[in-house]
Design a protein around this ligand. Structure first.
Ligand code: F0G
Length: 393
């Protein structure tokens, strides 16, 4: 099923036959990366453009499987001005970028005969897992940090029929649970971003950006478990290797101050994260203290000449409001992109750079993130008409 690929350990360099169940390196426990055995032939923008915009447009660069698909990817690239765009991942079927990865990993799981899937999640992964598992006729188990998952995301997990397990502790504890309980023996297939096939799907965001506007100078995105930054960099690296582009952008990761193991390490010039066991931020999606994909993320930052910025919760919420006033509704973690961009502008990012901000999740995911002002109340139609007339002058 995966003959065109092999899996290479990013830690020890050993390679393995690609198998959906081989999630980490059997030798050293390191992260695995799918690499093509042979350069995929005949790929070109002209070929891609004969197909509808979205993840599977780039199917030569993805596992050859029968897709479990709901039209993921193909999200709007909203132009803010001549040199700034927002890649609006809130337009995916379940409202976040996770669907790009889930369509690929769940398709593989289905072909491998998997009946039950499992994930740890700050919310969006669980919503996506629940939806795609249901679509594929599988059961789903989602392990969540108790009390720290936004309401919209929880509602989706319920709606799509996931079994919900809540643990005391942060996301990192939930992921420990998944790493212990998943595997061939239990039959529970893990769908966190440690699963390299999820990142294969997520790399298509890079393809879509180039497909629309060519290679930008910067991609700015929030970083939690550090899967997406790794995936997007893999996308750019592959396009360069295949001659589809002749240069790559720089990546800027953004973390919340209270959950910034990578940003802090980067500032201190360390080559591994400063883990924390008590991450805290209003941006619950990225409330993660021990990002598992850090080796891939550090490589992405190093190879792209990138950077990592840290933003406060106040800066995140202000950025969310600012985007809201532009008509763009994002959840707090996604607003971190814009907050980080504003901080980097005039420093690492210069005025004439072309920049794409990744807005990872929809505003409706987390309706409790912002205060609701008192509405204008009226007890009759006449009173409402009268009050509106006065306000409109
Ligand atoms: N933005 C949103 C809206 C997210 O939900 C996440 C991660 C990220 C950014 C960070 O992406 O982990 O690849 O660095 N959410 C995961 C989840 C952890 O469980 O939904 P990352």
């Amino acid at each position: 099923m995966l003959g065109e690929y092999e899996l290479r350990c990013v830690n020890c360099g050993r390679t393995y036959e690609a198998d959906p169940w081989t999630i980490v390196c059997p030798h050293c426990g390191g992260l695995l990366e799918p690499v093509f055995r042979r350069k995929p032939l005949g790929v070109s923008w002209a070929l891609f453009r004969t197909r509808k915009f979205g993840v599977w447009r780039y199917r030569e660069l993805l596992p050859k499987v029968r897709p479990v698909s709901m039209g993921e990817g193909g999200t709007p690239l909203i132009k803010v001005d001549e040199r700034l765009w927002i890649k609006f991942e809130g337009s995916n079927p379940t409202g976040s970028f996770k669907d790009r990865g889930m369509t690929v990993a769940v398709s593989l799981a289905r072909e491998a005969g998997v009946r039950s899937v499992i994930c740890a999640s700050t919310g969006n992964t669980s919503a996506s897992v629940a939806a795609y598992a249901s679509r594929a006729g599988m059961r789903s188990f989602v392990v969540l940090p108790r009390g720290k998952v936004a309401r919209g995301k929880l509602a989706q997990a319920v709606l799509h029929g996931a079994v919900i397990i809540e643990v005391d502790g942060p996301f990192d504890a939930a992921l420990d649970v998944v790493m212990r309980v998943s595997g061939r023996e239990s039959g529970l297939y893990p769908l966190n971003s440690i699963n390299p096939w999820r990142l294969e799907g997520q790399k298509t965001l890079a393809f879509e950006v180039v497909d629309e506007i060519g290679v930008p100078d910067w991609i700015v995105l929030p970083v939690g478990n550090a899967g997406n930054i790794s995936a997007i960099w893999k996308g750019f690296r592959e396009m360069k290797e295949l001659g589809l582009i002749d240069r790559t952008p720089r990546l800027a990761g953004v973390q919340a101050e209270g959950a910034s193991p990578i940003a802090r390490a980067f500032k201190e010039g360390l080559n591994q994260p400063i883990f924390t066991d008590e991450p805290e931020t209003v941006a619950t999606a990225i409330r993660i203290g021990r990002p598992v994909n850090w080796p891939k993320a550090f490589r992405a930052l190093r190879e792209s000449g990138g950077t990592v910025e840290m933003v406060t919760d106040e800066e995140i919420l202000e950025a969310q409001r600012a985007l809201g006033r532009m008509g763009v509704g994002v959840e707090p973690a996604s607003a971190a992109s814009y907050a980080g961009y504003l901080k980097l502008l005039g420093r690492e990012i210069s005025d004439d750079d072309r920049v794409v901000l990744v807005a990872t999740g929809h505003a409706l995911k987390d309706p409790d993130a912002f205060p609701f002002p008192e509405p204008v109340r009226a007890s009759s139609v006449d009173e409402a008409v009268e009050k509106i007339r006065r306000l409109a002058v």
